[in-house]
Design a protein around this ligand. Structure first.
Ligand SMILES: Cc1cc2nc3c(=O)[nH]c(=O)nc-3n(C[C@H](O)[C@H](O)[C@H](O)COP(=O)(O)O)c2cc1C
Length: 217
């Protein structure tokens, strides 16, 4: 598949079919993620893959943790966002809310509980980095995650990056025996998108190039 087309087409999926992803495909997707560039080729990314019974156990644990300690989906900034950014998230909500309303669930509940349940995806990839690395190395992880999302899309497999689960990192670490020396950065839901679900019936927009690029010539 053409890379530019994959970039254009990819979108996050929030409803999945109950259909297993062959392990060979997961391995190919991970291998494509590992083709990402990294500073001095450190390849600091680590992927913990869970599916089947283990994944179901993890979901139960996260839903329980959420029932005891609700964490709202937000930008995790110390200060309120400047208008330019808050407008973008408001625009995303405007396209997401109407189809989600068709599911009969309050939007926040759909996103927050859904994130903890990885939206029912058959496979979950936890992305981690050794705490020895400084925050700048998260950049390398972001690149690998991009490659992973595009690699999956090229194979007809949908994904959703899920950052909200960081609020429950301890539960994830205990559940999957991830040592304290690792920082959990992200989960990625992975599977075949349920294209009939209203949860997948929207596309977020992007800021105009003029808003994000400055040219000096
Ligand atoms: C680092 C990161 C964290 C995210 N966390 C969540 C999340 O916790 N829950 C969720 O439903 N979507 C999450 N998303 C998906 C974004 O909402 C989505 O990428 C954005 O709205 C753009 O839409 P698209 O991926 O369909 O193009 C996350 C995306 C990224 C890159």
């Amino acid at each position: 598949m053409d890379v530019l087309l994959a970039m254009k087409e990819r979108r996050s999926a929030r409803a999945y079919l109950d259909k297993e992803v062959p392990r060979r495909d997961i391995e190919e997707i991970l291998a494509s993620a590992c083709q990402a560039p990294s500073a001095i080729n450190l390849q600091p990314w680590e992927f913990i893959i869970t599916h089947g019974e283990e994944k179901d156990r993890l979901v139960r644990r996260l839903l329980k943790a959420r029932s005891e300690r609700v964490v709202a989906c937000g930008p995790e900034t110390a200060q309120p966002l400047p208008r330019k950014f808050s407008r973008r998230s408001a625009e995303a909500l405007a396209v997401m809310e109407p189809p989600i309303a068709a599911l009969g669930l309050p939007f926040r509940q759909f996103i927050e509980e859904g994130s903890c349940a990885f939206y029912g995806a058959p496979v979950v990839i936890i992305v981690a980095i050794d705490k020895i690395f400084p925050v700048i190395r998260y950049l390398d992880i972001g690149l690998a995650v991009s490659y992973l999302l595009l690699g999956a899309h090229a194979k007809g497999i949908a994904t959703c990056p899920i950052g909200l689960i960081r609020a429950y990192s301890e539960d994830i670490a205990q559940s999957l025996n991830i040592p304290e020396t690792k920082e959990i950065l992200l989960a990625i839901a992975l599977g075949y998108a349920d294209t009939n679900s209203p949860a997948n019936a929207f596309r977020t927009t992007r800021a105009d190039l003029r808003d994000i690029a400055a040219w000096y010539e």
